[in-house]
Design a protein around this ligand. Structure first.
Ligand SMILES: Nc1ncnc2c1ncn2[C@@H]1O[C@H](COP(=O)(O)OP(=O)(O)OP(=O)(O)O)[C@@H](O)[C@H]1O
Ligand code: NI
Length: 323
């Protein structure tokens, strides 16, 4: 059984004037120990998807339909109270600015102990300290950090603390939303290596949201390409990023000059992402797709599955997509 099964997920933001369909009919299975990179341009719905899984979307102004099964339990059916038992313990998250939620006036170790006691109120001081120092070692932080204040840390150290904190209960699923984006390339590379080692040690499953395809290529097993709230292509990194089938993935890879090695068009894909307040009855990528045919303007493509768990939503692949 998959650890996480997302089925026909739709997430809509309701604003005064319009409805923004940020995630559309999104389905994905994630197995235990998978590491999945979710890529796509800004505004493609990556963070909304993550917030949906974490039940962190504003209740009154969003509408979510579909299923998000975690270990077989539909997260969308859980009450706040029930979900709180899973958050941190089973599912945790690191954002780009996770450290901002720490208090500036308390030392790191003190705050981490407090957080640990939310779910483990009876844990002994020495035991908690031991756990925190073990986590520091995992993310390559020295014991000294325990007694530092947040403002005494560099950006890389802060993100390491955030990651250590997210792992404090050894969760099953870790979601990183642009968690290493703001770091320099060397620090980012080190942290990615540390995360990959941790996955081996702790049997972690990871969802990694990023703009940067090279991050996915170097640290993930699988990749999901999102565009305008839709999944356009997913599969193993060595398939999708080497021989992309979807014209959008092809365009996205072409805008990363270093990725495949050849000299590439640096301009990316002409045009801009779709207006998500409109309802689309066509392929969401049609107006930017160089290969679009008339069928692409007329129908939403179904996901076609190719060998090796390779999914692509494109009318032009695998023959006519008729019913
Ligand atoms: N609170 C909100 N209210 C209304 N619309 C929102 C809200 N948050 C996000 N959106 C819209 O939902 C769409 C998807 O945004 P989202 O942040 O999920 O994309 P993203 O892929 O994470 O982008 P980025 O790479 O810039 O982080 C965008 O059109 C965005 O403007
Ligand atoms: Ni985002």
């Amino acid at each position: 059984m998959a650890l996480l099964e997302i089925q026909n997920l739709n997430i809509t933001y309701k604003t005064d004037k319009k409805e923004i369909r940020a995630v559309k009919d999104f389905s994905l299975n994630i197995d235990t120990k998978d590491s999945i990179g979710i890529v796509g341009e800004s505004g493609s719905g990556k963070s909304t998807l993550a917030m949906g899984i974490l039940k962190l979307l504003p209740k009154g102004t969003t509408k979510t339909t579909g299923k998000i099964l975690f270990d077989g339990v539909d997260l969308l059916e859980l009450t706040e109270e029930e979900f709180r038992k899973l958050r941190w313990k089973d599912i945790s998250v690191v954002f780009q600015k996770s450290m901002n939620s720490l208090s500036p006036v308390h030392k790191i170790g003190f705050q981490m102990k407090d957080i640990y006691r939310v779910h483990e109120p009876d844990a002994r001081d020495e035991e908690v300290r031991k756990r925190i120092l073990e986590l520091f070692r995992f993310v390559n932080l020295s014991d000294r950090v325990y007694n530092l204040y947040p403002h005494e840390l560099s950006g890389g150290m802060m993100q390491r603390v955030s990651i250590a904190l997210s792992l404090i209960y050894y969760p099953k699923l870790l979601i990183l939303d642009e968690a290493t984006t703001a770091l320099d390339v060397v620090t980012q590379g080190q942290i990615l290596d540390e995360i990959m080692k941790l996955e081996e040690a702790l049997d972690l499953t990871r969802i990694m949201i990023t703009h940067d395809i090279s991050v996915v290529a170097s640290s993930c097993k699988k990749v999901v390409v999102m565009y305008g709230g839709c999944l356009l292509e997913s599969g193993y990194v060595y398939d999708v990023l080497v021989n992309p089938k979807h014209p959008y993935t092809q365009g996205l890879l072409n805008s990363f000059p270093d990725f495949i090695g050849e000299k590439k068009d640096l301009r990316g894909i002409p045009g801009s992402i779709p207006d998500l307040s409109l309802e689309y009855k066509s392929c969401i990528f049609t107006n930017r797709c160089k290969k679009a045919k008339s069928i692409c303007f007329e129908k939403i493509p179904k996901i076609k599955t190719f060998p090796n768990e390779w999914n692509v939503a494109c009318h032009l692949l695998g023959g006519f997509d008729g019913e």
